[in-house]
Ligand binder design. Structure first.
Ligand code: TYM
Length: 324
C-alpha cells in the first residue's frame, strides 16, 4: 500500500509559495492513498524562537491547512512533537547517515552562513526529515523544488539502513512535484520565502495582497506602458498560470507582448483571480476559529492514527537492530 507523507514548518503564516508548491497538491491527493501531513514543530526549534509563539503558530498552521481543504475524515494531519517516534528514529538514522552528506546540503550551508553560532540541529535537520517520512514507510512525498535535495538524503538513509538491517524494509521516497514547484518572491529575485519578506500570505485581505502586488517586480525590460513585455521572464505571469483560467493566461500573454495592457492592468486581473481562490479558504478559517475544540479533536485523531503507524514501524526497527 503506497503512502503519502509531507511536512510543513510552523514558521509563520502559510504563503502562496507553500500553497502552490505543496499544500494545494496535498488537498488534491489526500485520499488517493493513505496520507499523513505533519506540522513539523521539532524542525522549527533549530533557530532561536519563543515557545509561546511556536505554540500559536502551530495552531494557526493547522487551522490554515484544514481551511485550505485537508479533510480529517480522509487524511491524518498532526503535530510532529505529538508522535515521539520521530525523534527516536532520528537518533537511529544518525548512525547510518554519513556526515559528508549532511555537510553538503545547500540549506545547511545557507542557514549556517546566516547564524552566529551554528547549532548541531541545523546539520541534523534532514535526518529528522528522513525519519518523518520513513517512520510511515511513505514512498510519495509531495513537496516544492527546494526539498528535493533533502529527499535525496532520505533515500541514502533508507538505502543504508536497509543494507545493514533489512533489505527493502524502507521504501526509497520520491518527491512529487507540481508545475508550480518553485514560486518566486514578489521581488522577483529569489524563491518566495518567509525569511526574505517577499511573500503573500494565504490569510491576507484583498487590500493587503494588492498593496504587495502593485509594486511587485515584472519584466525589467518593460519600463514604460508602451514597451512590449516578455511574459516568460515575468513573475506576475507565472502567478497568472497558477491562479487564472487558461483563457485569461493566453489573453495576458497577448496583451503583454503587444503592450495592450500595462503591468498594473495585468496585476488587477491577477488580483481578482487570486482573491477568488483565497476567499473561500479565508471564510472557512474564520468559521473554524470560532470552534477551537474542532481543531483540537482533528489534530488528536490525526496524531492517534500517526502513532499507530509509527509504533508498528518502530517495533520492526527495534527488532531488526537488536534492541531488547
Ligand atoms: P517548508 O515549511 O519550508 O515548506 C513547506 C512546503 O512548501 C514548499 N515551498 C515552496 N514551493 C514552491 N515555491 C516556493 N517558493 C516554496 N516555498 C516553500 C516546500 O518545498 C515544502 O514542500 N523541511 C521541510 C519540512 C519537512 C518535510 C518533512 C517535508 C519536514 N519534514 C518531510 C516533506 C517531508 C520545510 O522546511 O518545508
Amino acid at each position: 500500500m503506497p503512502r503519502i507523507f509531507s511536512g510543513i514548518q510552523p514558521s509563520g503564516e502559510l504563503h502562496i509559495g507553500n500553497y502552490l508548491g505543496a499544500v494545494k497538491n496535498w488537498v488534491q491527493i489526500q485520499s488517493l492513498h493513505e496520507s499523513f501531513f505533519c506540522i513539523v514543530d521539532l524542525h522549527a526549534i533549530t533557530v532561536p524562537y519563543e515557545p509561546a509563539v511556536l505554540r500559536e503558530r502551530t495552531q494557526a498552521m493547522a487551522l490554515t491547512l484544514f481551511a485550505a481543504g485537508l479533510d480529517p475524515a480522509r487524511t491524518s494531519v498532526f503535530v510532529q512533537s505529538a508522535v515521539r517516534e520521530h525523534t527516536e528514529l532520528q537518533w537511529i538514522f544518525n548512525s547510518v547517515t554519513p556526515l559528508g552528506e549532511l555537510e553538503r546540503q545547500t540549506q545547511f550551508k545557507e542557514k549556517a552562513a546566516r547564524q552566529e553560532q551554528v547549532m548541531a540541529g541545523i546539520l541534523n535537520y534532514p535526518v529528522l526529515q528522513a525519519a518523518d517520512i520513513l517512520l510511515y514507510r511513505a514512498d510519495v512525498v509531495p513537496v516544492g523544488e527546494d526539498q528535493v535535495q533533502h529527499l535525496e538524503l532520505s533515500r541514502v538513509v533508507a538505502r543504508n539502513w536497509n543494507a545493514r538491517f533489512g533489505a527493502n524494509f524502507f521504501p526509497e521516497p520520491k518527491p512529487l512535484l507540481t508545475p508550480t514547484r518553485r514560486i518566486m518572491g514578489l521581488d522577483g529575485q529569489a524563491k518566495m520565502s518567509k525569511s526574505l519578506g517577499n511573500t503573500i500570505g494565504l490569510m491576507e485581505t484583498p487590500e493587503q495582497t494588492w498593496a504587495k502586488l502593485r509594486p511587485a517586480v515584472t519584466d525589467p525590460a518593460r519600463v514604460k506602458k508602451t514597451d512590449p513585455g516578455n511574459p516568460d521572464v515575468c513573475n506576475i505571469f507565472q502567478l497568472h498560470k497558477a491562479f487564472s483560467p487558461e483563457a485569461t493566461v493566453a489573453e495576458v500573454d497577448r496583451q503583454c507582448r503587444s503592450a495592450g495592457w500595462g503591468c498594473i492592468d495585468c496585476k488587477k486581473v491577477l488580483h481578482a483571480n487570486m482573491t477568488a481562490e483565497l476567499a473561500p479558504i479565508q471564510a472557512r478559517a474564520q468559521e473554524m476559529s470560532a470552534k477551537p475544540e474542532g481543531l483540537r479533536d482533528a489534530l488528536g485523531d490525526g496524531a492517534a492514527k500517526a502513532r499507530t503507524a509509527a509504533a508498528e514501524t518502530m517495533r520492526q526497527v527495534r527488532d531488526a537492530m537488536g534492541f531488547a
